[in-house]
Design a protein around this ligand. Sequence first.
Ligand code: GLU
Length: 366
Amino acid sequence: MRIIAKVGTSILTAGSDRLDLEAMSRIVGQVVRLRGEGHQVALVSSGALAAGRHRLARHLSAGKEPSRQAYASVGQSHLMQSWDELFDWHDVVVAQVLLTRRDLSDRLGYLNARNTLRDLLEAGTVPIINENDAVALDQLLATRIGENDSLSAYVANLLDADLLVMLTDVDGLYDRDPRLYPDATLLTKVDRIDAAIEAAAGGTQGVGTGGMITKLTAARMATHGGADVIITNGREAEALIVAATARDRGTRFTASESKLESRKRWILGSMTRSGAIVVDEGAVAALRRKGRSLLPAGISSVDGVFERGESVEVRGPGAERLAVGISNYNSMELERIRGQRSDRIADTLGYSYGDEAIHRDNLVLL
Ligand code: GLU
């Protein structure tokens, strides 16, 4: 199973004003165990801002308040260093990935982020993702995502995750605000996020940037992408393990669409009419019967002009429509590497975006 764990500031600081290594190491222990059981895990980690504030506090002169960006830049390196050291005890390698809204909204950025994250998981690392706060300047310019609930949903979709676990400082979603109504009850399973559920989420709560409303929005996005989502109290022992295995704690939102359907919609929805890739019989068999990626070796010709990251049609030798997929190379590059073995790509082009012309994860058979 592919799991995204979103860890909020309140968990990483254990409610204090600095990173709490003990709390972090409990997360690390759980991630390591899940990996041991064969799962892939990526973390979406907040805490940069809090760590930066704490670190800079005693170096500031009166009246000088650094920007949020400055705090986050200071804190991000400290945050990563802490994760790195804690995972290193278990001999697990971590990788830092900082994303901005732009990387996720533009087609090429999306493809690049998707490829990198997938590579990192396949290489056995634990990717640790945060927003690139240093360059995500202004919410008004819509360049910022702003909080990691949404970021974690984007990441779940980027990675076609099976499960997104949001570890926070409340037990989950209640039917009414539990701070105001002591008899509020925890909703354990939500199949559809409708107006009644939104009303239950009410205003924001907790010390992090997000609140129940942003969590619901994120849950909607991720469940549409085919992932189950669990909001649970990260302070409870083994919260992540319980969420990933028993799934009986916190609030669980069930995937509203299959991953395949969601991917299909995305790939077909962005299809360009400006070009197509024509493949030989061998490639037809590999795609159709074996569900393989399309390699340059199987390409016999390239029609029209398209960019890397565009969704293009794949046709068989008789011009029959076989598939639609997101091309890792633009049409000019494919023209140069078609018919070649993948280990020749770098020699021919001087660089390589990977062995596949279209990775099977980015391919929809018609
Ligand atoms: N990117 C922010 C940080 O690392 C966290 C945003 C959030 O709290 O959701 O501090």
